[in-house]
Ligand binder design. Structure first.
Ligand code: FES
Length: 283
């Protein structure tokens, strides 16, 4: 396994991949920009990234097809073919969600993601060829193509795991923050005028503080999507928009107005005591 890890680390440093990854990611980013498309492919409405949910479908179908091809015998051939076809059908929406997520990555994660996508496209192509061979009556060749496709699938899956668990792509970047449950002073009331916003610290956790129409509103300042600085984002119409990928959160309670974020932003209650603005995590 250390070999695979080193391979993934090498890919991270392979700057030559950027010449392909950068323009393709930009093109994908343009296609997924409309809000309904973005929210759907990201899993914003689901409250969970959609891509890892969908990956189970082609991986499961193709894994079972390999099992039936290997030990199922003649009676299992129709079921194996059906699983190959099901894997192909479900791989297409899975790829669309993956491309959407990948278009938000940069640098090392984007390089690994490009190879992850390449391995999965290779697997899909081989399974399409496998299905055609089976339908043409060349089962032995179809099985062989499926086996090679399964190898590509495993390679792609490993790199997908590397992206999530090593590069922290599409995990909730506020998960390990400490949100104070007790009232915590963060700034003098006089330091936040109407229409202004500030980044402050509450128990070492960055908080975005805004004063709008006389109310003091507070959200976690680290974007849940990939850790962008919300205090550098655009504040408009009761919302803050992340400068990195455009996730938009309601200042009142942190709910998501626009993806790609899938986890609402931590939200705080506020009050003024002894000339200090105090915050505490909203229950
Ligand atoms: S970091 Fe991606 S939208 Fe904020």
């Amino acid at each position: 396994m250390a070999v695979l890890h080193q391979f993934a680390r090498r890919l991270e440093r392979l700057g030559a991949l950027d010449s392909v990854a950068a323009p393709v990611a930009r093109a994908v980013g343009r296609v997924v920009r409309p809000r309904p498309v973005r929210n759907l492919l990201s899993g914003t409405n689901l409250g969970h990234p959609l891509h890892p949910v969908l990956t189970d479908l082609p991986i499961g179908a193709w894994t079972m097809s390999v099992l039936l091809d290997t030990v199922g015998g003649r009676s299992a051939e129709p079921a194996a073919d059906l699983l190959v076809a099901a894997g192909i059908a479900t791989a297409v929406p899975t790829a669309a969600t993956g491309l959407n997520d990948w278009s938000d990555t940069y640098g090392e994660a984007r390089r690994v993601g490009l190879v992850h996508a390449g391995a999965n496209v290779t697997a899909l192509t081989l399974y399409v060829a496998s299905l055609l061979a089976r339908r043409a009556g060349n089962r032995r060749f179809g099985k062989a193509l499926g086996m090679v496709g399964f190898g590509a699938l495993l390679a792609g899956g490993y790199l997908g795991g590397h992206l999530a668990y090593v590069k922290a792509v599409n995990v909730n970047h506020t998960a390990f923050e400490d949100h104070p449950a007790e009232w915590t002073p963060v700034i003098a009331d006089s330091e936040l005028r109407e229409g202004e916003h500030r980044r402050v610290l509450a128990a070492d956790t960055p908080v975005l503080l805004c004063r709008e129409a006389g109310d003091v509103l507070a959200l976690g300042s680290t974007c849940s999507h990939m850790g962008g600085p919300l205090d550098e984002g655009k504040i408009d119409d009761g919302c803050v928009t992340c400068p990195w990928h455009g996730s938009t959160f309601a200042l009142a309670d942190g709910h998501i107005v626009r993806g790609p974020a899938t986890t609402p932003q931590p939200s705080y209650e506020t009050r003024v005591r002894d000339g200090q603005i105090e915050v505490r995590a909203r229950q």
